[in-house]
Design a protein around this ligand. Structure first.
Ligand SMILES: [Zn+2]
Length: 1004
């Protein structure tokens, strides 16, 4: 699953309007137109291995066997595919006696949101367990282990005219220990009938009662007699449910084609939502085979993990698609869709058919061709890298308008939100192309790592997500060898990004224990993805990349994980990360003291929280180190630091040479030095920065800004470091600086003296802005490969220049917008469109806002739609911002997942921060109802709206707000409080120090 990346690529800073710009507005119109309880080390559970779908041969054998068994059951029990809604109301399978029964045809009469089928618990059952002094098996958080599903036969009928569906599921289950109970997951489905039969001829096992237990989202069948161990049974359930207008389970969304609204139904089951679509053993450990059939109107088509085997047309305009049986798999990456999309296809050299399905107009325009093309190449790449062929006969990529995540890796049917897969080459920027590419690389990695090899329980999600996130960079390097993604871009986009989050006392270990279904969504956060990826990269680097690859191949083949976990335990079970401090001995130059401590932005947290303050946090740190002087750097040496403080002798270290730690920033930690060493490093950067590697230049910038933010370093050091940037021709250090400046900018953007900071940054940017200039025309696609570094650098510098109020940059943006409005031809270079739109909206009058708003409605290209919408949030007109906020909740205007971006972007705008914060509080009930279950979206919203609040008053508002809404999103809110507290604290302690230095420096 790919979360929606928050890669800061658009005009992240709200353009600062300097006085001269007022002229633009008034004059040259011409336009008129985790949590806290997981702190510390916790004991491991015993299940820390990875289940492996055994070799293909074995899989086939099992499939064939299962197929035979199922055919036998089908024949013996005459399981037919009946239209379940009527079957349920009629006589068909034995309905449970007593309290299980509810009126039939429930598919039309239960309300959305309300769990249907509130069958009460069987009386007496609870008491019997009380007598036995044991908790009933359905009250436990995990499914009881006495049953195991072997195969599912799932037959669905989808009624798109009233958004309901009904289903009949036949589960072949193996009984491991005798029991009278069958407990499996089901949530928000209406159970209509249940039948249990023994495999062979012995016939039915009478059902005494059945009921839903919504607290655990399980369904319980109580039998008249015990199921016997070592036997297998068939469980048949007939049920119905809604195709709801939400984001999880089997849900619907829509799009407009030729003025007509069309609907589609699609699934999102990961992590725990398959149970909303059919009763099942919804834990990843229960791998089974699936045979799915979907009945739908012939005007639609249906898709699932496997190809359609046969389609049976009926006279009344309905058709039933029978899909081939899947290999063994878990429920969370099962999928289906009912839509009227069209497709284009390609075939890999090993014969895998890849199709991209999307709305017909997008397919016709060729918007899916890029994705299709790289998917074919990536399948070949992974087959070669893992030395395991792709396991299914086909892979469909489905582009849907609405989705809670960027994408989901369903085996053979991966689902993507349109913005992360469709690409119109004539109007997409490089960063958009990069986003699309990386999401596809990620999901394809999961076809092996996740789908073929699956973590047994959710605490190990970081492994599959960390790998897939890491491979986004490795796979993109395969497609674009010159881009150096793994060595460079990884640092800014993953390492620096996650160290911001993981430096909070409210962070959590990357491997988190979860039990309750409603908590499982929590594990899909940036800590799991990005810290997971950063740890895996650290591992790959100290193992060596080829050994690492061999380890992965062995894992795929044998299913054993090469003891990585033992090596990594300290890193995965402790939250946070260390800061290493290297201090030179004043008297003997070649002796250094190396110490480690837990890095925390809010140092006071250690005194408030004894757990944090007791110094128990220690890591085994592979510290690489090198010594350099004006023209030369030594080769690196590795020191394993495992104590609080250690003395080491460093050869060739003298008075004029500097030390550099964490070579190429492969390690997941920060490095601090004594001030003298920082000064020597700054000197080196000013004289000849190329002695230090690109990744270390970026690393020094990020470490310095963050060490200063947390109070480990004087505020002027990071600002002095970025002075060398006027000579920096590489993209990465600029990108690191831009990202590090971003939170600082947000801390200062509403302060009185903001212009001093602004002026200083502008001064550092001016020379490079002048040197690089603006792109003159749009990039030829064939040049993308070569031009990436240069174009991305130019874009970054233009963004900084326009954001901090470079006059020329503002003029240029205004001219480009005016030209567009007067000629109605958009000649703005693709790579800087977002910067130009945002700058234009913020500087120019309301007509420009209206113009962009109109373009937002009329464009059909998703990449363009996204940046137009974001540009609207750049206005400094509070009425317009309010209007936009209110419109954002109208799903017809702004898609559900985009509404969050609108609110967050308004909060980044200093003129809109309080509006977004107020809007968020007023609409919290609506927002929480809409996104609460898709926890990742909710926490993205909460952190986006609150992270730049920085006054006492706002902190109190936040605390009071949380008090009045106790339920839900607790970990996001505690993170928010900590962040705002740290912001307030920084303002109090360091703001003045920073301004003082800036004033002094600007005079000289
Ligand atoms: Zn993923």
């Amino acid at each position: 699953m790919a979360l929606d990346e928050k890669r800061e690529k658009s005009a992240s800073f709200t353009p600062m309007m300097i006085e001269e710009d007022a002229a633009l507005r008034n004059g040259s119109r011409g336009l008129s137109g985790q949590w806290a309880d997981a702190v510390g080390v916790r004991p491991r559970t015993t299940e820390r291995h990875i289940t492996v779908h055994k070799r293909l041969v074995l899989g086939f054998a099992i499939s064939i066997l299962a197929l035979l068994v199922v055919t036998m059951i089908a024949v013996l029990l005459s399981v037919r595919f009946e239209e379940c809604s009527t079957a349920a109301a009629a006589d068909s399978p034995a309905r449970a006696s007593g309290n299980g029964s509810l009126p039939g045809a429930a598919r039309l009469n239960h309300d959305a949101g309300e769990p249907p089928g509130r069958q009460e618990e069987a009386p007496g059952e609870e008491e019997e367990w009380q007598r036995r002094r044991q908790p009933p098996p359905w009250t436990q958080l995990r499914l009881p282990r006495h049953l195991r599903p072997l195969h599912y036969n799932l037959m669905l009928s989808a009624f798109m005219e009233n958004f309901t569906f009904c289903g009949e599921v036949n589960v072949q289950i193996e009984c491991l220990n005798a029991s009278r109970y069958i407990v499996l997951h089901a949530h928000r489905v209406h159970i209509e009938a249940v039948q249990v039969a023994e495999d062979k001829l012995s016939g039915a096992v009478r059902v005494s009662s059945f009921f839903l237990y919504p607290q655990n989202q399980v369904f319980v069948v109580v039998l008249n007699r015990s199921l016997e161990a070592q036997r297998s049974y068939n469980l048949k359930i007939i049920y119905s449910a809604l195709i709801e207008n939400e984001l999880l389970g089997f849900f619907r969304s829509s799009y407009v084609l030729h003025g007509e609204r069309r609907f589609l139904g699609v699934t999102q089951f990961s992590p725990t939502h398959a149970r909303k679509a059919f009763p099942c053993f919804d834990e990843p450990i229960y791998k089974a085979t699936f045979k799915i059939s979907i009945k739908h109107q012939a005007t639609y088509l249906s898709l699932s993990n496997m190809p359609v085997e046969t389609s049976v047309f009926e006279e009344d305009g309905w058709v039933t698609d029978h899909f081939s049986q899947t290999p063994l798999m878990s429920t969370y990456y099962l999928a289906w869709a009912v839509c009227n999309f069209t497709y284009r296809e390609t075939t890999t050299k090993n014969g895998v058919v890849v199709r991209l399905y999307a709305r017909p107009d997008a397919i016709r325009r060729g918007s899916g061709d890029y994705a299709l093309n790289i998917t074919r190449r990536l399948i070949e790449f992974y087959e070669d890298y893992f030395k395991v062929p792709y396991s299914l006969p086909k892979l469909d990529l489905l582009a849907v308008p609405k989705h809670p995540y960027a994408a989901m890796e369903n085996w053979g049917l991966s689902v993507f939100v349109e913005q992360r897969i469709l690409l119109d080459p004539s109007i997409s920027s490089i960063s958009y192309l990069l986003d699309v590419t990386m999401v596809i690389v990620h999901e394809l990695c999961h076809q092996w790592f996740g789908d073929l090899v699956t973590p047994v329980w959710w605490e190990d999600v970081w492994l599959k997500e960390g790998f897939a996130h890491y491979f986004e960079f490795v796979g993109t390097d395969y497609l674009y060898p010159g881009w150096n993604m793994e060595k460079q871009r990884f640092l800014t986009d993953v390492l620096h990004e996650v160290m911001l989050l993981d430096g909070l006392a409210s962070s959590h270990p990357v491997s988190q224990e979860v039990q309750r279904a409603t908590d499982i969504d929590r594990v899909f956060d940036w800590i799991a993805y990005k810290k997971g990826a950063a740890l895996i990269r650290m591992l790959a680097n100290f193992m060596g990349h080829s050994v690492f690859q061999m380890g992965l191949q062995a894992l795929k083949k044998v299913g054993k994980f090469v003891n990585i976990q033992e090596v990594m335990d300290q890193w995965t079970l402790q939250m946070g990360y260390p800061v290493i401090t290297i201090m030179r001995n004043e008297t003997a130059d070649n002796i250094v003291v190396i110490s480690q401590e837990h890095f925390i932005y809010d140092i006071d947290a250690k005194t408030r929280d004894p757990d944090l303050g007791n110094n128990s946090y220690l890591w085994q740190i592979p510290l690489t180190i090198a010594v350099g002087n004006t023209s030369h750097i030594s080769s690196e040496a590795i020191i394993w630091v495992s104590n609080k403080s250690e003395h080491h002798r460093i050869a060739a270290l003298d008075e004029t040479s500097w030390l550099l730690g964490n070579i190429n920033q492969t390690g997941y930690f920060r490095v601090n030095y004594d001030i003298r060493n920082w000064r020597l490093l700054i000197d080196q950067l000013m004289r000849n920065h190329e002695v230090i590697s690109v990744s270390n230049r970026a690393g020094l910038i990020d470490d310095a800004f963050n060490l200063a933010r947390a109070g480990y370093l004087p505020q002027n050091i990071p600002l002095e470091i970025i002075r060398y940037l006027s000579e920096e021709k590489d993209f990465l250090p600029w990108h690191a600086a831009s990202r590090a400046l971003y939170p600082l900018d947000k801390l200062l953007d509403r302060t009185e003296n903001y212009n001093i900071f602004n002026e200083y940054i502008l001064k550092q940017v001016a020379a490079m802005y002048l040197k690089l200039g603006w792109p003159t025309n749009n990039l030829n696609r064939s040049l993308v490969q070569a031009a990436y570094q240069h174009e991305e650098l130019r874009r970054e510098v233009i963004m900084l220049a326009c954001s901090f109020g470079n006059k020329h940059c503002h003029q240029q943006a205004a001219t480009l917008i005016s030209d567009w409005i007067s000629s109605n031809r958009n000649r703005i270079p693709l790579n800087v469109r977002d910067v130009v739109y945002c700058t234009g909206v913020s500087l120019m009058d309301e007509d420009v806002w209206e113009f962009i708003w109109m373009k937002f409605h009329s464009t059909t290209a998703v990449s363009e739609k996204k940046i137009l919408l974001e540009a609207l949030t750049c206005s400094d007109d509070r009425n317009l911002l309010n209007r936009l906020l209110n419109l954002s909740l109208n799903s017809e205007v702004v898609l559900d997942q985009d509404a969050i971006d609108v609110i967050i972007h308004v909060a980044r705008n200093p003129h809109g921060r309080d509006l977004a914060w107020k809007f968020f509080r007023e609409k919290w009930k609506i927002l929480n109802a809409r996104y609460g279950e898709a926890l990742f979206m909710n926490s993205k919203l909460i952190s986006g709206v609150t992270e730049f609040l920085n006054t006492e008053e706002e902190l109190n508002e936040l605390k009071n707000f949380i008090k009045s809404y106790k339920e839900g999103a607790a970990s996001s809110f505690s993170r928010a409080v900590e962040t705002v507290e740290a912001n307030v604290r920084w303002q109090m302690l360091y703001k003045e120090e920073l301004f003082q230095w800036l004033r002094k420096s600007l005079i000289h």
